[in-house]
Design a binder for this molecule. Structure first.
Ligand code: NAD
Ligand code: IPM
Ligand code: MN
Length: 355
């Protein structure tokens, strides 16, 4: 019996989680895997109820679960709170409390979605399959920050800092992942300017010596953002810091058709994992039933693969998604086709799983 803490969160987070839970149910039935699933308040809705985005009860449940499934948090209602009181601060606290330093964000183009990608066909002839390995519990998200009154107005600052150990452990994750793929790591930094990036590059070079079978190259973040659009087929694994990984993964997501397609797994080297779509709570479409639940459903597939060692069930979900896309089913973010709403798309995945 696997224990799963489910944190629906806010906005479309709640909507896409409902569909992911339908899929988990269906997998449980089909494969005879038992899950103990409980929902907890997290994010803006937890602020409304308890005055804090990551209440003790939620934290305790997450710390004793085998996996955590998260929708998304945040929204205009909480945007004016102080930084450390916002829903997003709860997300950072969750990641830190679980010590899930390795965020895997696979950007894969399903072949029937080529027309949803803004890239020209010729750039997509070999498909698109990039794994962004984003450091998740360090860097500028967790560095010293503050706002001080000065003579004229204020001074506000955030600090990017990395230690050798933090860089080593995420680099190992990236090289190991590359070994099972096309054996290529592109490490992305801003080493022409930042001390933290110069350490990053040095440590990544050191770690790479343990992986002579994996090719390593380095790119500056500005160049990489451009190269991703110019020639995405040059990338296999992108290894990068917390902030750069956040930005590059949203960019990569659009190349696959929509941010509504990108799942993620956040890991720490054992079986425990946090699984969430890359997208946010999308206040602009919350309540309209337009949200694409596939990123969250594909995050469930990652959970089955990484936390429960059930690659069979994980690939079954991926196959169902691929087939229904081939058959023309789409949520509105994916362009034209047979348009489904959020619930209908969740039901469709379940239907294809049962075929
Ligand atoms: P967002 O990802 O929520 O939305 C960006 C755009 O993509 C919007 O136009 C939205 O409608 C669209 N979109 C996102 N997910 C979609 C889906 N599944 N289907 C169809 N369209 C989708 O980013 P944002 O607007 O910058 O942020 C909104 C809120 O979400 C903010 O409060 C932000 O802090 C928060 N956020 C939370 C997470 C998280 O909880 N992991 C991630 C990112 C942003
Ligand atoms: C993400 C989000 C979060 C991040 C925010 C909401 C804290 O953008 O998961 O990509 O920046 O990590
Ligand atoms: Mn993001």
């Amino acid at each position: 019996m696997y224990k799963i803490a489910v944190l629906p969160g806010d906005g479309i987070g709640k909507e896409v989680i409902e569909e992911a839970l339908k899929v988990l149910d269906s997998v449980s039935e089909k494969y005879g895997i038992e899950f103990d699933i409980k929902k907890y308040l997290f994010g803006g809705c937890a602020i409304d109820e308890y005055g804090t985005p990551y209440p003790k009860e939620t934290e305790e449940a997450c710390l004793e679960s085998d996996a955590i499934l998260l929708g998304a948090v945040g929204g205009p209602k909480w945007d004016d709170l102080d930084g450390d009181k916002r829903p997003e601060a709860g997300l950072l606290a969750l990641r830190k409390s679980l010590d899930v330093y390795a965020n895997l964000r696979p950007a894969i183009l399903f072949s029937s979605l080529k027309s949803a990608s803004p890239l020209k066909d010729e750039l997509l002839k070999d498909g698109l399959d990039v794994l962004v390995v984003r450091e998740l519990t360090g860097g500028i998200y967790f560095g010293e920050r503050g706002t001080e009154k000065i003579d004229y107005g204020y001074k506000a600052y955030d600090t990017e800092a990395y230690t050798t150990k933090e860089i080593e452990r995420i680099a190992h994750i990236a090289f190991k992942a590359a070994r099972n793929r096309k054996k290529k790591v592109t490490s992305v930094d801003k080493a022409n300017i930042l001390d933290s990036s110069r350490l990053w590059r040095k440590v990544v070079n050191e770690v790479s010596k343990e992986y002579p079978d994996v090719e390593l190259n380095h790119q500056y973040i500005d160049n990489c953002s451009m190269q991703l659009i110019k020639d995405p087929s040059q990338f296999d694994v992108i290894l990068t810091s917390n902030l750069f990984g956040d930005i590059l993964s949203d960019e990569a997501s659009q190349l696959t058709g929509s941010i509504g397609m990108l799942p993620s797994a956040s890991l720490r080297g054992d079986k425990v994992g946090l699984y969430e779509p890359v997208h946010g709570s999308a206040p602009d479409i919350a309540g309209t039933k337009k949200a694409n639940p596939l990123a969250t459903i594909l995050s469930v597939a990652m959970m089955l693969e990484y936390s429960f060692d059930r690659l069979d069930a994980a690939n079954d979900i991926r196959k169902a998604v691929n087939e229904l896309l081939e058959d023309g089913y789409r949520t509105p973010d994916l362009g034209s086709g047979i348009i489904l709403n959020t619930e209908e798309m969740g039901d469709m995945v379940v239907k294809y799983l049962k075929r």
